[in-house]
Design a protein around this ligand. Structure first.
Ligand code: FCB
Length: 440
């Protein structure tokens, strides 16, 4: 047995996002968001599920902090709902919404849990969507104003600020496949949205630094490494091509100051409108970068492989391959000048059930997390500067287009009674945090 010891100040945490857990969609003055509109339209979400109630976290937040304490979390990553604090996206502030986040942050600090705040985890105010949403450049300026409001109110206690969660999912799934809100299928728009998100990120970082120079500003990217099916030159080339086309649209402008050449070729006439100075605005120095990792793509010269012989697959249909995480961290660390990394999401959906003894026995999730923790530690020993790890998720929640059918939590949620039960994996994670090491 080997013990993998982590640095003493390593930030062990768990993550959620506003729309996935809060509920209270129309309470206390909250405005409508694009996810309310999208989920209320039949056919968009499995089983007709919506985030109207979700985990009822808006009312149960104190119990949820108690849950975090039981697991011993050192950090909690959450997002704020823009339309809860600015119901129409700009202008009039909803003080009740702002007070909610103020109390949450206060109580986290009192519990010695570091808050990591994400300003945008996909829930644009519907009023801004009605004016064109992210296709309209003015949304980026509205985002900067919203950022200023939040940093002024919470920046004395929140030290980690994230502008955007997974801009590639917003662009590709929201605007290319249409499986996420606002459900658009339009290539021109998808790339224009991507650019406006990056502009909004740049403006957001400037705002954060102007309002509170001593806090940390970053962005969260999801990355799926593209790996070759064999060592053949053709497969390796196919994997490289796939990585360049799928994964560098945000990495390159953020950390190299230009769009990747592969994207110019792919996008052709749909290249977004870019203003002078945009690329410098986008490529500002960050204090950290968040990486979300779940799985990888495997490529052969013939294309993407659907199933890898001998591999385990999750409820999402994603291959389990922890060593790919280490390889990817090492790769991006050598190809880009990156700030310190926080793994802002990693976790797994399995078909969890409450056992006869009232507990949730989820050994496969324990294995998954254990192997990913170890691969992260090995990457750190390879020289990658990883400062923290947020497991997705603190609790089962509304998994976007899949509704409540996919359970990612360290805690089981009974959506009828809203009862929470810490799964075996949550108890195991508590031990990892307490010992600050993982054994294999
Ligand atoms: C990520 C999202 C997060 C959650 C996980 C499973 O793409 O950021 O909200 O849905 O996937």
């Amino acid at each position: 047995m080997t013990d993998h010891k982590f640095p003493h100040n390593f930030l062990w945490g768990a993550a959620t996002a506003a729309y996935q857990v809060e509920g209270a969609w129309n309470e206390d003055g909250r405005g409508e968001s694009i996810w309310d509109r999208f989920s209320h339209m039949p056919g968009n979400v499995s089983n007709g599920d919506t985030g109207d109630i979700a985990c009822d976290h808006y009312h149960r937040w104190e119990d949820d902090i108690a849950l975090m304490r039981r697991i011993g979390l050192k950090a909690y990553r959450f997002s704020t709902s823009w339309s809860r604090v600015l119901p129409t996206g700009r202008g009039g502030v909803n003080l009740k919404g702002l007070d909610f986040y103020d109390r949450l942050v206060d109580r986290l600090c009192a519990a010695n849990i570091e808050p990591l705040l994400t300003l945008y985890h996909w829930d644009l105010p519907q009023a801004l969507q009605d004016e064109g949403g992210w296709d309209n450049r003015s949304t980026a300026y509205a985002f900067a104003d919203y950022t200023a409001l939040m940093v002024k109110r919470l920046g004395d206690r929140v030290k980690y600020w994230t502008t955007f969660n997974e801009p590639s999912v917003i662009s590709y799934i929201g605007f290319l496949t249409g499986e996420h809100a606002p459900g658009v299928k339009n290539q021109r728009m998808a790339y224009q949205v991507a650019h406006h998100l990056l502009v909004a990120h740049g403006l957001g970082v400037q705002t954060i630094q102007a309002v509170k120079p001593d806090v940390n500003a970053g962005i969260v990217l999801n990355l799926w490494p593209a790996e070759p099916a064999s060592d053949s030159a053709e497969d390796v080339a196919a994997a490289d091509r796939y990585w360049n086309e799928q994964e560098t649209l945000f990495l390159d402008p953020l950390f190299k100051g230009h769009y990747p050449p592969s994207v110019y070729n792919m996008v052709g006439k749909d290249m977004p409108k870019i203003h002078d100075g945009d690329l410098a605005l986008i490529a500002q120095k960050l204090d950290y970068v968040g990486i979300n990792f779940y799985s990888r793509n495997v490529l052969s010269a013939k294309g993407k492989l659907e199933k890898i012989e001998g591999s385990e697959y999750t409820e999402m249909g994603w291959e389990v391959c922890a060593p790919a995480l280490r390889r990817m961290l090492v790769k991006i660390n050598s190809e880009y000048e990156l700030p310190p990394i926080i793994l802002t999401e990693n976790g797994v959906a399995f078909n969890d059930e409450v056992g006869a003894d009232g507990n949730i026995h989820d050994p496969r999730r324990i294995d998954y997390l254990k192997n990913h923790f170890i691969q992260t530690r090995l990457a750190m020993l390879d020289g990658v500067d990883v400062r923290g790890y947020m497991v997705w998720s603190l609790m089962d929640n509304f998994e976007w287009g899949h509704g409540f059918s996919k359970r990612f939590g360290l805690t089981y949620v009974d959506y009828i009674t809203q009862k929470r039960i810490i799964k075996d994996s949550g108890k195991w994670y508590a031990e990892v945090i307490r010992r600050n090491e993982v054994s294999d």
